[in-house]
Design a protein around this ligand. Structure first.
Ligand code: ZN
Length: 203
């Protein structure tokens, strides 16, 4: 699919991002319609580029998410930055009707952004480790365990399917432009950013 024919990514303010996405019925799994939706979502995610996308972000209120973190892209990032975030290459994956459980009590706080809140980022505390169950495009059960950055992506995308944006979970004092993130806040530690922005983490 050429970038010109891809659907636009819906931006904050559209009610589809605030509604609970519908679960797919058994008879909708393994269909050409679902495969086409997933192919489109993967193309949109790669074109953006982003590491995850939920169907409501292209205006489709269904419980479908895709994620992918590319080794080549990770290789362009500073080693310490990658290690701190526990960011690892993640092959492209589709999860339909996901149920997410946070494993353990550990949390991690990092800046995150959203393709539907284009041009902004904020610090968000997320569980370090998750387990997600659901089915794949063909309706085969799947169970995914993830730690670090992929666990963050999964929490962010499953939130989309519940009508939740990172804005609902962020430290509001850390809301910064993507430009400020690139030029300033991605170059200091999260602890330094919190101090400079006046954030006290209570959990
Ligand atoms: Zn998002």
């Amino acid at each position: 699919m050429s970038p010109a024919t891809l659907p636009r990514i819906v931006q904050a303010g559209d009610p589809v991002l605030r509604s609970v996405a519908r679960e797919l019925r058994d008879d909708e799994l393994g269909t050409s319609e679902l495969r086409a939706l997933v192919d489109t979502m993967i193309a949109v995610m790669r074109d953006a580029p982003g590491v995850g996308l939920a169907a409501p972000q292209i205006g489709v209120p269904l419980q479908v998410l895709v994620l992918e973190d590319d080794a080549d892209r990770i290789a362009t990032l500073p080693e310490a930055f990658v290690a701190e975030r526990e960011r690892i290459a993640w092959p492209v994956m589709t999860i339909v009707n996901p149920m997410l459980t946070i494993v353990g009590n550990e949390t991690r706080t990092f800046f995150e952004g959203c393709l539907s809140v284009n041009g902004w980022a904020a610090l968000v505390a997320r569980g370090r480790e998750v387990e997600v169950t659901g089915v794949d495009v063909e309706g085969r059960p799947l169970r995914v365990q993830a730690k670090g950055w992929p666990a963050r992506i999964l929490q962010h995308e499953v939130d989309h399917l519940r009508g939740t944006l990172y804005l609902d979970r962020m430290f509001s004092r850390s809301f910064v432009t993507a430009d400020a993130l690139a030029s300033r806040w991605s170059k200091v530690t999260v602890a330094e950013a919190k101090r400079a922005l006046g954030i006290v983490e209570t959990d």
